[in-house]
Ligand binder design. Structure first.
Ligand code: NCD
Ligand code: ZN
Ligand code: ZN
Length: 357
């Protein structure tokens, strides 16, 4: 722990924390039996989540999003109150009409940009931003947010530089062409992204994951290759992690919670070519509490986790509360995931915050 107590401050350690129920503004639920195994983890902690559309067969049309939403609701445990906030997957061929349909549906809250080839299930993504301009112009008109996986895909660019290069080559030109477009820079990982978002207009925001707040790139290599710490954008240097912590705990409403919890079957990560994605939904708010405690900023957790995202998406803030207690518990070695298993973050290790029932 990192409490910087001076003589004048009373010495205390926070043992319990009550906050407005949080929302997850970046989540992967997958589909079918796989979804059934993970959706309860999110529904237990969060009231709502922005559900990513990168299924094996991506959600590119409003009708698909509506059907996916119905499957999510059907997969919820009895009595769970959880609202999936749907998104569309932007392609080279997304039309302005599709954006209108999405908006009129009332349940699609954003459109996701995956540069083709940038990450898991992104093959159908955008190959050239200009091709997506008709859709983006329509979104700009309506104020519908564009959610961005912000990495270039050029294999010549160092994998650790792909976010910074994206800002320069894609994000800045896009915002110059569409100055009113509302953009969430998803799962930011660098000081460059923090700086970019901080100095951009108010309609440019960012999500930050718990794992990028808690770990730097050494975690992938401590004592050997550790595939369960591999995600995209990949973990970065300590200086970048520090910059993310500063942003998340600054009270600046541009930065809010998005877990990017991304389940993969154990054998597809423990492989010669392992999948990118870290599963954190089993302990999401507890992981963020740990990160904010390390930052000596537990008082800033509620704004980040429960207020700023709802405000950005122009949705009401939640009114019920959750309680976190200082309590040691051990994360299981693996969790059920359809017919297979998944290895969550902190598998077999201790957590020091626990959400009450
Ligand atoms: C995500 C996934 O598995 O769907 N993986 C990841 O490493 N973050 C995709 C994404 O958010 O880029
Ligand atoms: Zn992504
Ligand atoms: Zn993601």
């Amino acid at each position: 722990m990192n409490y910087n107590l001076t003589h004048t401050q009373p010495e205390y350690i926070v043992q319990q924390l009550t906050l407005t129920r949080p929302d997850d503004w970046h989540l992967h639920l997958r589909d079918g039996a796989l979804m059934q195994s993970v959706v309860q983890d999110t529904a237990r902690q969060f009231a709502r989540a922005i559900v990513m559309p990168n299924l094996k067969s991506p959600i590119i049309a409003t009708a698909q999003a509506l059907a996916y939403r119905a499957r999510i609701l059907a997969a919820l445990p009895v009595g769970a109150r959880f609202e999936p906030l749907m998104t569309l997957y932007l392609t080279d061929n997304t039309t302005a009409q599709e954006i209108q349909r999405a908006r009129q549906s009332g349940v699609i809250h954003a459109v996701k940009l995956y540069p083709a080839g940038a990450t898991t299930n992104s093959d159908a993504g955008v190959t050239d931003m200009r091709k997506a301009y008709p859709a983006l112009e329509e979104m700009q008109r309506y104020g519908m947010p564009l959610l961005v996986h912000g990495e270039v895909t050029d294999p010549k660019v160092d994998v650790f530089d792909r976010e910074a290069v994206f800002i320069e080559q894609v994000m800045s030109p896009l915002l110059a062409d569409m100055p009113q477009l509302r953009v969430v820079f998803e799962h930011i990982t660098t000081q460059d992204a923090v700086q970019f978002v901080t100095s951009a207009p108010n309609h440019i925001a960012a999500t930050i994951t718990a794992h990028h707040l808690l770990y730097n790139r050494n975690a992938m290599f401590s004592g050997g290759m550790r595939p369960h710490y591999y995600c995209l954008p990949v973990l970065k240097r300590e200086g970048h992690r520090k910059a993310l912590g500063k942003a998340a705990s600054s009270g600046n409403p541009k930065f809010f919670l998005g877990t990017d919890s991304a389940p993969h079957e154990q054998h597809t990560k423990e492989s010669a070519c392992g999948c990118a994605g870290i599963y954190t939904a089993h302990a999401a708010i507890e992981l963020y509490a740990e990160a904010f405690e390390q930052l000596n900023a537990l008082d800033k957790l509620e704004g980040f986790a429960s207020f700023y995202g709802a405000d950005y998406y122009r949705l009401p803030r939640n009114t019920d509360q959750i309680t976190l207690r200082k309590e040691s518990w051990q994360v299981p070695d693996s969790l059920a995931f359809g017919e297979h298993r998944l290895v969550p973050l902190r598998a077999g290790e201790k957590m020091n915050w626990k959400m009450g029932g």
